[in-house]
Write a protein that binds this ligand. Structure first.
Ligand code: SF4
Ligand code: SF4
Length: 157
């Protein structure tokens, strides 16, 4: 099995089907993340319509190969605006989350996909299913914000 940086050990089987998001403990909440990396892509939001467009311009801390944050524990030192999602603020953020994000799916009352590591048993399944950002991003260091519109993509799903 590919090593998983997210601790998914010791959780009750299919806990997400029986427990509402608001009742989840920290361990359960963190385990819901599938590691797709899509929330770490920059987005463009139309101020008038509220429409959100996804770009392939990645946050400076995202590793394009593993799809993980390279400085997760201390990321706010480098990216203070990085949002910490919690059961208390998911209502405010669900609208911009990727369509396949586990938090968004459960918030919408939908099931998880079978490639989710909690079901497949391996984080590699997310990349194998083609739903992660692996190998699909450009660096925000090398891509001026004025050009981000040229990098709008359809969400891989
Ligand atoms: S989009 Fe959702 S599931 Fe994917 S990495 Fe971000 S929080 Fe995790
Ligand atoms: S700081 Fe880390 S978790 Fe936050 S958007 Fe950037 S890569 Fe993702």
């Amino acid at each position: 099995m590919t090593s998983d940086p997210i601790d998914r050990a010791g959780l009750a089987p299919r806990f997400w089907e029986r427990k509402p998001l608001r009742k989840m403990n920290q361990h359960e909440w963190e385990a819901l993340c599938d590691g797709c990396g899509k929330c770490c892509l920059n987005k463009l939001e139309d101020e008038d319509t509220g429409e959100v467009a996804l770009t392939c311009v990645a946050c400076r801390l995202l590793d394009d190969e593993t799809c993980r944050c390279t400085q997760y524990d201390i990321r706010h030192q480098f990216v203070p605006e990085c949002i910490v999602m919690t059961p208390d603020n998911i209502d405010d953020h669900a609208y911009w989350l990727p369509q396949t994000c586990a938090y968004r799916l459960l918030w919408q009352g939908k099931p998880l996909y079978d490639w989710h590591p909690l079901l497949s048993g391996t984080p590699a399944s997310v990349h194998q299913a083609g739903v992660s950002v692996q190998g699909r991003t450009v660096s925000e260091f090398e891509t001026p914000m004025e050009e981000w519109e040229d990098y709008i993509i359809e969400e891989p799903n």
